[in-house]
Design a binder for this molecule. Structure first.
Ligand SMILES: Cc1ncc(COP(=O)(O)O)c(C=O)c1O
Length: 321
């Protein structure tokens, strides 16, 4: 039996149309994706609601998966409706309600030249109970380390796609931030402005305005980001989308990350490591404590994903329907 400490309640995974026991290993170590990160993936969550388990913004996630696959020039064995059906079946097969769902398209076993000319594209889907990433800090807020290395630029690769290989930069930076004593990393873009976290979009609040940056700032078009902009407006806050300078970040009243994995998490302390010559400098965000606006947005987001706010039920796909 495989250790499932970090995959609680996972019992089966779906691979190319069939369910396999979690402990069954089905992939050859020479699969192309394993060597070059030639994969595209999604991170999706389902939540318990009064009408059973519901997946948050499932069609949008699947659209983005298919978009990422097109960027990776993959020929897909399954389309949108089949992927949606397979995701629902994976949640049911594992008897999960609140869970994290990971569909992954990858170039599989066939050849190991960089061009995967004999490597078929395959799909795997897994689901397990994963509590919020950085969750233990969700109320108190997290500290971030601004990386010296800049985010891959949108002129170099399409950063709207979730391409596996790009996540090497996220992994290295996540490790470096923790080595520097912080909870999470933040990237500047090549222009020197704030881009995003390794797996999160970033917002600031200044004088009551809730602001995030544009897609041309080398960030992923986060589905939580889009949802939070709408939720914040609905709560009556002014919102803005525009370039975000480091100075704006340092002088913000509040700041927070958004993402499927983290949901909405306050950022309360910044360590700037972006200029190794200048050394590390620390800045509290606002009072250095979780602010009122992020608290309200976080609590509204939690209600929305659990189907407690009628007008946002449009974002839920009920697993048993
Ligand atoms: C680099 C990056 N930015 C932002 C996000 C947040 O995106 P979403 O809200 O769609 O999960 C993610 C997570 O998928 C990510 O990997």
């Amino acid at each position: 039996m495989l250790d499932i400490t970090h995959f609680p309640k996972a019992t089966k995974y779906w691979y190319m149309g069939k369910f396999h026991d979690w402990s069954e290993l089905t992939l050859h170590p020479m699969a192309h994706g394993l060597h070059y990160g030639t994969t595209v993936f999604e991170g999706i969550r389902a939540y318990p609601t009064a009408k059973g388990s519901a997946v948050f913004r499932l069609p949008e996630h699947v659209d983005r998966l298919i978009y990422s696959a097109a960027v990776a020039k993959m020929k897909l064995p399954y389309g949108k409706d089949e992927i949606i059906a397979a995701i629902k079946r994976t949640i049911q097969a594992n008897k999960l309600e609140a869970c994290y769902i990971r569909p992954l398209y990858f170039y599989s076993y066939g050849n190991l030249g960089l061009v995967p000319k004999a490597s078929p594209v395959e799909l795997v889907i897994a689901a397990w109970e994963w509590s919020a990433y950085l969750g233990e800090k969700a109320d108190l807020g997290v500290s971030v380390y601004i990386m010296p290395w800049r985010r891959v630029h949108h002129s170099q690769l399409d950063m709207k796609a979730k391409l596996g290989g790009i996540y090497m930069q996220s992994t290295i930076s996540g490790l470096e931030a923790r080595a520097q004593g912080c909870d999470e990393a933040v990237f500047l873009n090549l222009e020197g402005r704030v881009a995003e976290g390794p797996g999160e979009n970033l917002f600031i609040v200044k004088d009551g305005v809730v602001k995030t940056n544009e897609l041309s700032e080398s960030v992923l078009e986060g589905i939580t980001r889009t949802s939070v902009l709408e939720i914040a407006k609905d709560l009556g806050f002014k919102t803005a989308v525009g370039p975000l300078t480091k100075e704006e970040f340092f002088s913000a009243d509040e700041s927070f990350f958004t993402g499927t994995a983290v949901e909405v998490v306050p950022i309360v302390k910044i360590t700037d490591g972006s200029d190794p010559q200048a050394g590390r400098r620390n800045y509290p965000v606002g009072t250095g404590k979780t602010g009122d606006i992020v608290r309200k947005i976080r609590s509204a987001y939690i209600d929305v994903v659990r189907g407690k706010i009628g007008k946002f039920e449009k974002w839920l796909t009920f697993v048993n329907e």
